[in-house]
Design a protein around this ligand. Structure first.
Ligand code: 6R9
Length: 649
């Protein structure tokens, strides 16, 4: 360990920490220009501030047709050395993670960089002792406790590939992910506290493991004290696994392009895909975007309210902040427990400086009015952020005026699981804020708007599909086990471009506004759901003949899920069938995918080639049945009338 600390110190003693932070508008323009004209030089300079075990031979080699994208070619490193070892020397006693538990009165846990280092090393040794090796896949299905971050970093320490599964997913969803990546191990907990509820977690894993064969060991962290069954020879308690394990662990030498993690996300087809991120580029990109967008200063307390099960939790609770030596707050609970002012209370309690949340949470809290905010000062806040879905102007203003008190820049950050980090967003206090606009690309990001033929739409006041025309270090490399799927989904719609699946508008001032998905993906409370995925789950119900799912505008969730279902009604009432269908989806995917509305229909509108006309279903679901357009070309125009008549209110 000593060796790199010395080396690191030598390298850093004269450099100003976080010298890559843009501080002025002209600085942004200059850096942006440089990143486009000399991308290799630009990213090479950012990457130089990290500790590399062996330098790269070339910054970038790429081809979007493959796609085959390589950043920091031949470079060797370990991301955890840059998170932990590097920070011990000058920041060992600074808090790395502050953990706010579900119950406000329970003890807050603070881990310094030194404590985090030891916990990660110790758990990394435990993983090795249980047979995990470089390249093995490890599923993490855990609540929001610091050990979830420890687990991720311990995998990275020894070169194992983590795949975190959101702890609200069902056993079937967990089993699908275990099987897709042939995971060797599962890290989980006995239970999970969420607001007033305590939920079984280990029991879900037990059920999932009945459907999979690759998992050899399960390590169980004790959180709730819920009774669990421990399978002899397979299951081991976290505390037993770490007992006697040394507090230091050598960091595995990783190639910059070795896999760091897999994260499953929904797309337009039925099966979630495993988005693969690699070590070097992801490290450089999450760090750079974090310090710039949030303008983090050493000593600040930063809080992102996401769950580590989503990409936002990966990049902006764990990796980005910790790479920057930041103090990152992890919150176990929910915004409305034990009262609807909990977020504001936590901001005051921990003197939070940067606060990053989702529009759906803002809209939900806005509904309670201003009273819950009154007891709190929130005067430590400097920057507030939004992620996950388009933020409507009303929510933007409420957030800006009442949470940010009108004097915090609001960074509306557009990005995706596939992009690894923030792509289009204001740089807090540096580039201008415009309500409901993600605004301008970060340096290194080259977005373009194209028409349906893929022709670039130049100039301002244009609207079309959002693509990226040049690689950035944090981008997706492949979809696990199926490279062709990655090519088909992202690089084939428009030749030579990465297609985001989102629509966007460049307004008359040149600022980008994201308009939402243009494919069959619904964004429910910032969570991506594929319509086909929900349909597959509905179709599992024995009485269901066929179904079609669409999104519709929802006041709090952004979009709600509307399911049209053809059923065999024999012996069932409509109400009980609808409830059973909703429960089926909850069981197969998880409660977040439960349809908000279910309508039993006699048929689905189809084209002559047999395709469901979703356009019509979307209009009916949105209450715009008077704007259906031409339905005469349908195979079965008569069902439209029945659907409109029976539309769920
Ligand atoms: C980070 C994350 C990605 C999809 C994306 C888009 C939507 C995310 C947004 C936004 C408008 C924003 N999205 N941020 N839309 N404005 N600031 O959310 O990743 O879960 O993969 O979702 O979310 O539609 O394509 P992910």
């Amino acid at each position: 360990m000593k060796a790199y600390l010395t080396l690191n110190y030598q390298k850093h003693k004269n450099s100003k920490h976080m010298s890559h932070k843009i501080q002025t508008l002209s600085g942004y323009i200059h850096e942006y220009q440089k990143s486009v004209l000399q991308p290799e030089e630009f990213w090479g300079r950012v990457a130089e501030s990290f500790h590399w075990k062996k330098p790269w031979s070339k910054v970038l080699k790429w081809d979007f047709d493959g796609p085959d994208v390589n950043w920091f070619v031949d470079g060797k490193m370990n991301i955890t050395e840059n998170i932990l070892d590097r920070h011990l020397f000058i920041m060992g006693d600074r808090p790395a993670i502050i953990w706010e538990p579900n119950e406000p009165g329970d003890e807050v846990v603070t881990l310094t960089y030194r404590e985090l280092y030891h916990q990660v090393c110790q758990f990394a040794n435990a993983l090795k002792a249980q047979g995990v090796q470089k390249g093995d896949r490890v599923i993490i299905y855990m609540p929001m406790v610091p050990e979830a971050a420890v687990a991720m970093l311990a995998c990275a320490r020894i070169g194992a590939v983590h795949s975190v599964v959101f702890a609200g997913f069902s056993s079937t969803a967990v089993a699908d992910r275990i099987n897709d990546c042939e995971a060797k191990m599962v890290l989980t907990s006995d239970g999970n506290y969420r607001g007033a509820k305590s939920i079984g977690v280990k029991s879900v894993v037990d059920e999932a493991l009945e459907k999979s064969t690759s998992v050899e060991k399960v390590i169980v962290f004790k959180r709730t004290g819920t009774e669990v069954t421990m399978k002899e020879g397979r299951d081991i308690w976290w505390d037993d696994a770490i007992k006697g394990q040394p507090l230091d662990c050598p960091a595995e030498e990783m190639d910059a392009e070795d896999m760091l993690f897999i994260l499953y996300t929904s797309g337009s087809t039925g099966k979630p895909k495993g988005v693969v991120h690699t070590c070097g580029g992801y490290m450089v990109y999450t760090y750079y975007s974090f310090v710039n967008v949030f303008q983090y200063n050493v000593g600040d307390v930063y809080w992102c309210t996401a769950d580590v099960g989503w990409i936002t939790g990966h990049s902006y609770i764990v990796y980005g902040p910790l790479l920057a030596g930041a103090t990152t707050l992890m919150f176990e609970g929910v915004p409305t427990y034990p009262h609807v002012g909990r977020f504001w209370e936590v901001i005051d309690k921990h003197k939070v400086n940067q606060f990053y949340t989702a529009p759906t949470a803002i809209r939900a809290l806005q509904a309670y009015g201003l009273e819950p905010l009154e007891p709190y000062k929130m005067d430590t806040l400097k920057v507030i952020g939004s992620v996950g879905e388009p933020i409507n102007e009303e929510a933007w203003h409420w957030y800006h005026d009442h949470v940010g008190k009108g004097n915090c820049p609001l960074v509306d950050t557009w990005w995706q699981t596939e992009t690894g980090g923030i792509m289009i967003a204001p740089i807090a206090g540096v580039t201008p804020n415009k309500p409901a606009h993600a605004s301008l690309p970060l340096p290194g990001v080259q977005p373009i708007i194209v028409d349906t033929e893929g022709k670039e739409l130049h100039g301002n006041n244009v609207e079309g599909n959002l693509c990226i025309k040049f690689p950035w270090p944090g981008m997706i490399r492949t979809t696990y086990g199926d490279h062709d799927r990655c090519k088909q989904t992202y690089f084939s719609t428009y030749k030579g471009l990465y297609f985001t699946g989102d629509g966007a508008k460049r307004d008359h001032d040149g600022y980008l506004r994201i308009l939402g998905r243009v494919d069959d993906v619904i964004n429910v409370s910032g969570h991506r759901m594929g319509t086909a995925e929900v349909e597959n789950a509905i179709n599992e119900h024995p009485k269901v003949i066929e179904s079609a799912v669409v999104g519709y505008p929802h006041d709090v969730k952004g979009q709600g899920i509307y399911a049209y279902v053809i059923c065999d009604m024999e012996g069932r009432s409509e109400e009980s069938l609808k409830n059973e269908i909703r429960e089926t989806v909850s069981k197969i995917i998880g409660p977040i995918a439960k349809p908000d509305k279910v309508q039993i229909v006699p048929g689905l509108p189809k084209t002559r080639s047999g395709k469901i006309m979703r356009r019509i279903l979307r209009k009916v679901a949105s209450g715009e049945a008077d704007q259906l357009g031409d339905t005469s070309t349908l195979l079965n125009p008569e069902v439209v009338e029945a659907i409109v008549k029976g539309a769920s209110k």
